[in-house]
Design a protein around this ligand. Structure first.
Ligand SMILES: [Zn+2]
Length: 207
């Protein structure tokens, strides 16, 4: 069975307060079962249902979500819009596309989230299809420099073990099953929407 895209909150209405000495960058969150968890403040929400609207004047694509957005930290569904920010993504053809993604503030934990469409892999410029082809070794037809391909392969080697362990714990804790054919966007979504995507310090700390 493939992983369901539905969100299962890790923390329900967690209490959030600034965490000293990393006052600005880190938050300490208390979950309902009393666990204290430190999280890096930069947070994201992954969406799979969305529309891209091209604005000729600005030469950018606006991303509009067609699904309910849920806070990846506390599970709250009440969000307010806090403007947009630009995000570049390199398409499989090699073309650079400028997206304008939404910034959303959770009314419960007050965190600002960047809403990422599933063509984006967090902290990566190339889109998810390109990255998936590279890590699967199907990179002959990819419009990408050799050094970039090697860099992405090396990055995947470093995070692969972490992702495998998180997948195993998601299966154990929430009964979410990943098939061996699970695609990268599916794995990215499962991890990002539980605030577990590596690349932030907290993700490595919580190993
Ligand atoms: Zn929240």
């Amino acid at each position: 069975m493939l992983i369901t895209p539905a969100f299962t909150p890790v923390l329900k209405h967690g209490r959030v307060r600034p965490c000293s000495p990393y006052k600005r960058k880190y938050l300490e969150i208390k979950s309902l079962d009393g666990q204290m968890i430190t999280r890096y403040q930069k947070t994201m929400i992954n969406i799979t249902k969305y529309r891209l609207e091209y604005k000729k004047k600005e030469k950018v694509f606006y991303v509009w979500a067609d699904e309910e957005v849920v806070c990846s930290i506390c599970g709250c569904k009440d969000m307010t819009r806090k403007g947009r920010r630009k995000r570049l993504v390199i398409m499989p053809s090699g073309k650079i596309r400028v997206l304008k993604i939404r910034r959303l503030k959770c009314k419960n934990c007050k965190k600002i989230h960047h809403e990422l469409p599933d063509i984006i892999v967090p902290y990566k410029l190339h889109n998810s299809q390109t990255i998936e082809e590279i890590i699967n070794g199907a990179d002959e037809a990819i419009c990408c420099e050799e050094s970039t391909i090697n860099r992405i392969k090396a990055w995947w080697l470093t995070i692969k073990l972490y992702i495998e362990s998180v997948k195993a714990s998601l299966e154990f804790k929430y009964g979410i099953t990943f098939s061996s054919e699970s695609k990268l966007p599916e794995i990215v979504r499962a991890l990002v929407n539980r605030h577990l995507w590596p690349g932030t310090r907290s993700a490595w700390e919580s190993k």
